[in-house]
Write a protein that binds this ligand. Sequence first.
Ligand code: OAD
Length: 270
Amino acid sequence: MTGAPANIIVGNQVGRTYLAAMTNELVEIMLNCRRCAVLTGAGISAESGVPTFRGKQGLWKEFKPEELATMSAFMANPNIVWQWYNWRRELMGKVEPNPGHQALAELEDMFTDFTLITQNIDGLHRQAGSKNILELHGNIHRNKCAECNQHVAAQTDIDPDNIPTCEQCGGRIRPDVVWFGEMLDNDIISTAFRVSEESDVFLSIGTSAVVHPAASLPMMAKRSGATLIEINPERTPLTELADFYVSARSGEFLPPLVEQLRGRRTDPKA
Ligand code: OAD
């Protein structure tokens, strides 16, 4: 990777005094912008105890996505796929939003034009109080029919050896998440591209920025003139494009950032 973002804020220096001094410019931009879009990935939920996909302890080190997260895997071994999703559903049902999720919910209240785009399926943003959310990859707590895509009432306990079927068409019930090789919901991804393009500030938080089309959103925002801020302890393909790269955990950086804006942000539209 070549190049460098314009401003680098290093995690081990994050602290209130440091933030006050070194992120002044970033805070000013956040204070004066109108439209804010945020993209989150697995990293924002890491501090809640939800495993990420890549990296040393990522899920894709231990499990093979093609055996668990594709339609062909579901057709071949629906019980194995459901066992895996039941395990993840149980895990995600037990965890709580962390200060990073909570800070984003508070940030939303400071804007009349704010969209939270997430690749996460855990529902933690909504639990933290975020409202205008685009769930690009679905939601693990919902089910739908594998044949006709009809949403069905949430059933938490799916017996992998006796998978319920759709009342409309008899197809097997599957989790309402996007699997590899599947298209994203057209309305959701189109809206995500539109708000990214229109944003003045775009925050990319806790994503390795390698899975498209999600990873194209910050690039689109930057190309359209937004200030791009990346928050991630590790560098990603986005880092060199970013105007600000914050090498920190989201749960440590976002609360003091929001604290800096609290009581000071007046939305130009409000
Ligand atoms: P990844 O697992 O690819 O990346 C997680 C990112 O979070 C990494 O870049 C970490 O450095 C960063 N990270 C870890 N802890 C963090 C923390 N406390 N604060 C901030 N960042 C932290 O997850 P995603 O980018 O979300 O798709 O993966 C994208 C998609 O790939 C997922 O939605 C999933 C997966 O295959 C589907 O299932 C369709």
